[in-house]
Design a protein around this ligand. Sequence first.
Ligand code: GDP
Ligand code: IMO
Ligand code: MG
Length: 427
Amino acid sequence: MPSTSVFGAQWGDEGKGKIIDRLAREADIVARYQGGANAGHTVVVADEKYVLHLIPSGILHPGKINVIGNGVAVDPLVLLEEVDGLRQRGIAVDGSNLVVSAGAHLILEHHKRLDILSERWKGTGRIGTTGRGIGPAYADKCSRTGLRVGDLLDADRFRERLEATLIEKNAWIAKVHGEEPFDLEQSFQRYAAIGERLAPFVRDTGALLRRSYAEGRSILFEGAQGMLLDLDHGTYPYVTSSNTGVGGIGPGAGFPPSKIDRAIGIAKAYCTRVGEGPFPSEDHGAQGERLRELGCEYGATTGRPRRCGWFDAVSARYTLELNGADGWVMTNLDVLTSFEEIPVAVAYEARGERYAEYPASLPSLDGIEVVLEKRPGWKEDITGVRRYEDLPQAARAYVEWVEEAVGTPIVLLSVGPERDQVIPRGI
Ligand code: GDP
Ligand code: IMO
Ligand code: MG
C-alpha cells in the first residue's frame, strides 16, 4: 500500500514501535509527524532492545528513509544523543537515512523547565507529563513565538529569536515560579554548537514525502502517543499537545490527507495508561498488578509503572472510527495467557445512564463506570505461535469476540516483543 497511517488507538505504548519496525520491511519511508521525545517506541531485534524517542522506528532497517516531519517537536539534544547511541550500537545514521524538517519546532531547555514547573504549580491537578517540554513547546508554536530547526542553522537569527523568547520565559520562571532564570549567553552557546551537527539532516521533508509518493514509493506514518491522548479528541485536559492520529499527518508532515491510502490502529489486548486522567477500565486490584508484571508495563521514556486494566471496546470503537481505520493490530495477546477469565469493557455507565458509544458529549470521563463482560482464558504459551489456527481455541474466541465488539477487522496479532512474534490475519 503506497501510504499507511499507523496510530495508537489507546493511551499510548500500544506497541507501535514494534509494529512499525515489522511493517517497515515493505516500506521505503517511515515518517513521524507529531509528538516529540515524550514517545518511547521499543523495538526488539534478536535480544537487542532499542528505545526510540524521536527517530522513526524504521531506522533499524538499512536503506529506509526516516523522516522527522515539521509537526514533530524536536529536542535537538535528545536527537543527537539518539543518533550517537544508535551509531555506537553499529547502526548507520546519516543524512541519507534520517532527514529532519527545517520547519519542526525546537524544544529548548526552558521548555523542559517550564513543563516541570507548570506540573508543580498544578499540584494535585497535574497531568503527569513526561517532563520533555512538549506542552510549552507546542504552546509557543501556537503563540507564534517558537524557534524551529531551520533557525539553528543561522546563528544570528537563532540568537535574536532566542533572546526575544528568553526574556519572556525568564520573567515567567523567576516571577511566577520563583526559580533561577536562564542565562542567554550560556543557552545560546549550548545550542549554537549543535547547528552544525544537525545541518546534514535538515531538508524540506514535505517535498520529499510528496515526491516519493508520486514516484510510487511506500510511506509509513508513525503516530506517537495514542488517540485517547489526542489534543482534540482525547481525555482533555489529560492529553498530550498534538493530534496523534491520521488527522495530524496533513499539517505535521506536509503530506496531503487525500493521499493517505490506509489507516491501521494499534491496541493492546488489554489497556494501559501512564500519567493522570480517567481510565474507565483500570483494574486497581491484584489483576491489574498481574498485568503490569506479566506485560512488563513500565514506561519506556520515564520508567513510571503503567496503570493497567482491561480492553475497552467502547473507546477502541471510537478511536478507530475517528481515524477511519481499515484494520487494527492487537498486541500483547501473550500477556493474557494464564488469566482464568478476561474481562472486557463493553459499555459505560454514569449517573444512571448507559453509554454503548464513547460519551464525547460529557465534559469528562470522571465517575464513569464500565460494564464488563468476561471471556474464558487459556493456559498454553502462545509466544511461539505464528499461524492463527494454531492459537488455543479460547484465544481465538477472545480475539474474534473483541473484533466483533469493536467492529473493525484485526489484521495482525502480536504475541511477544520480538520482531517476528506476529500472527498475520490479513496484512
Ligand atoms: P509504543 O510506545 O507504542 O511503541 O510502545 P512501547 O514500546 O512504549 O511499549 C510497548 C512494550 O511492549 C515494549 O516493551 C515492547 O517491547 C512490548 N511489546 C510489543 N509488542 C508486544 C507483544 O505482543 N507482547 C509482549 N509481551 N510485549 C510486547
Ligand atoms: P508513546 O509514543 C504513553 C502521556 C503522559 C501524560 C500525557 C501528557 O510511547 O506511546 P506530555 O509529556 O506529552 O505532555 O504528557 O501524555 N504520554 C504518553 N503516554 N505513551 C506515550 O508515547 C506518551 N507520550 C505522552 O504520560 O499523561
Ligand atoms: Mg511508548
